[in-house]
Design a protein around this ligand. Structure first.
Ligand SMILES: [Zn+2]
Length: 165
């Protein structure tokens, strides 16, 4: 780890309404401070391109469940080693009072994004799960739904899986 870069004090405000703390908080017992200017810049892009437009549209402050994950935190939460959270490119969030299915559809139809996932969704519970959304320079506009209890990522934001008899 580069100690010189650790001593840099990054501005706490990423954008008008979101801070580094908003995107680095964790309930895991491990340090979650980003030490890379690249991660910092990525977090700023996530706040600017995903969280700010969502806040402006819904007029409700997004509830951020997880933004950046340090390697230690990612290990503790059992996240994929290639997770975009580790690069500061992804955020898991919800809008209190808005169904996650509706939020995911709004993101899909409105924002520029890299990958959007309606995560751990339960078809009978429209507010179940959360919305994972990433942003980077080379956008893929990839939208997926992952139902709770399954590891399959279905294409698009969907309410249920079509059963084939
Ligand atoms: Zn996520």
């Amino acid at each position: 780890m580069n100690e010189a870069i650790n001593t840099i004090n990054w501005p706490e405000m990423l954008t008008l309404n979101f801070t580094v703390s908003d995107l680095t908080k964790t309930n895991q017992k491990a340090s979650n401070t980003p030490h890379s200017p690249v991660v910092y810049a990525n977090l700023r892009q996530v706040a600017l391109n995903i969280l700010e437009p969502a806040y402006a549209y819904f007029k409700i402050r997004p509830k951020i469940n997880s933004g950046y994950r340090s390697p230690a935190v990612n290990k503790l939460v059992g996240g994929s080693a290639t997770s975009q959270h580790c690069k500061g490119e992804a955020v898991d969030f919800e809008i209190p009072g808005v169904r996650n299915y509706d939020l995911a559809c709004w993101v899909r139809d409105t924002l520029n994004f890299d990958q959007l996932i309606l995560e751990d969704y339960v078809p009978s519970l429209p507010n179940s799960g959360w919305v994972h959304c990433s942003y980077k320079s080379d956008l893929r506009f990839k939208a997926n739904t992952k139902f709770k209890g399954s590891s399959i990522y279905h294409n698009d934001i969907i309410l249920c899986v079509e059963r084939k008899n």
